[in-house]
Design a protein around this ligand. Structure first.
Ligand SMILES: Cc1ncc(COP(=O)(O)O)c(C=O)c1O
Length: 363
């Protein structure tokens, strides 16, 4: 069986030995800070690290149980029931679910190979008056696309002009296997952007450590929602992450991940080119966990999923990534937790199924 479903890190990527040492160190050095209730903003030394890395102040940082929980706080603070939020289309399915659960109207801005379509943004912005726009500018989940510099600049200007809050989610930013970093949206529109990041893809998702960096006013508001939710977040894992960083181990860890995942991305792109170039279109990511395919033929997602299951190929439902429920022809392919051999055999099966369905075969 090959699962092209969740984009989770390969367990081989967890720095087990280093983290074991950090647990001991955290309990020895940080017990006074992590055992009592201690405010809602998170472990101060880790907040300090995030603030310094981003060139901001301690109070501009909130740390919680993963970026997704902070997104939920943002929705509570800024997007009341019935408010309109923009997402890229396709976008991260769990984020779309968080917005929907809160009763938001979720509107998708169509994606192109180099990020959102700017004309559609103008038009949808005028028509729907959104309170926020959730954007994943680097190696987007699920398409793999990266927003170009000129589109970043245009989006930042648009957000300032319309007073629309940007929520910039960058869990994959450090997982670049080729090319050069582009400026963050936060650097282009600092007063208009809350930037979310996470240690889930860099160290371990089970630790549940995600960060928000943004304007003081907005972070204060999120801290109040956090306090009303849990008083204090779980601090041991935050101290553990801090101890890992304080050792200076992050750069080496990122390099290990690039060496692990980079060849998998190359394998995925090579086999797609061999097997599916007549069947689908995709962007060529330079990092992250995903390649998103758009199939050329009219194919129903239900048929694709059922046919895949028959041969042991587990696929995500493309419609989950589309705010408007389209997405029948969209297939997200995470390459992160599969070996190059598994990727090859999975794509060969997928190509066979798509070819069969395109020729009118039914499951
Ligand atoms: C774009 C994006 N944001 C957030 C998350 C979840 O992050 P966390 O584990 O920090 O909640 C993911 C995980 O797949 C993701 O792809």
């Amino acid at each position: 069986m090959i699962a092209f479903t969740r984009g989770v890190p390969d367990p081989a990527a967890f720095p087990l030995e280093e983290l074991s040492l950090c647990v001991q160190e955290a309990m020895t050095h940080d017990h006074d800070a992590i055992l009592p209730y201690a405010g809602s903003r998170g472990f101060p030394l880790l907040r300090e690290w995030v603030a310094e890395t981003n060139g901001g102040s301690l109070d501009q940082v909130l740390i919680s149980h993963g970026a997704l929980q902070i997104l939920d706080f943002i929705v509570t603070a800024y997007a009341p029931n019935g408010a309109t939020v923009l997402v890229e289309q396709p976008s991260y399915d769990r984020a779309v679910t968080v917005f929907r659960r809160a009763g938001c109207k979720v509107v998708g801005v169509p994606m192109e190979a180099d990020g959102i379509n700017l004309e559609a943004l103008e038009e949808l912005g005028r028509r729907t008056n959104p309170v926020l726009f959730y954007v994943i500018p680097d190696f987007q989940n699920p398409s793999g696309a990266t927003l170009t510099l000129s589109k970043r600049q245009a989006l930042a200007a648009w957000a300032v002009e319309h007073g629309c809050l940007l929520v910039e989610d960058i869990p994959y930013r450090r997982l670049r296997y080729q090319g050069e970093d582009l400026p963050t949206l936060r650097s282009l529109a600092p007063e208009q952007t809350i930037q979310l990041s996470s240690f889930s893809k860099l160290l371990s998702p089970g630790l549940r450590v995600g960060t928000a960096f943004g304007p003081l006013l907005q972070i204060n508001r999120l801290a109040k929602v956090a306090e009303d939710t849990y008083i204090t977040p779980s601090l041991l894992s935050q101290a553990l992450v801090y101890r890992f960083l304080a050792h200076g181990w992050l750069d080496h860890q990122v390099q290990r991940l690039q060496e692990l995942y980079g060849p998998r991305l190359e394998a995925m792109l090579a086999v797609l080119q061999e097997e599916m170039s007549d069947l689908a279109d995709w962007v060529h990511p330079q990092g992250g966990f995903f390649v998103g395919l758009t199939l050329r033929n009219e194919i129903r997602a239900d048929d694709l999923l059922a046919k895949g299951k028959e041969v042991g190929l587990i696929l995500s439902d493309g419609r989950g990534f589309y705010a408007d429920g389209a997405g029948d022809r969209f297939v997200r392919l995470p390459f992160c937790a599969l070996s190059p051999d598994e990727i090859r055999s999975g794509i060969q099966s997928l190509a066979e199924i798509v070819r069969g369905l395109a020729q009118g075969g039914t499951p």
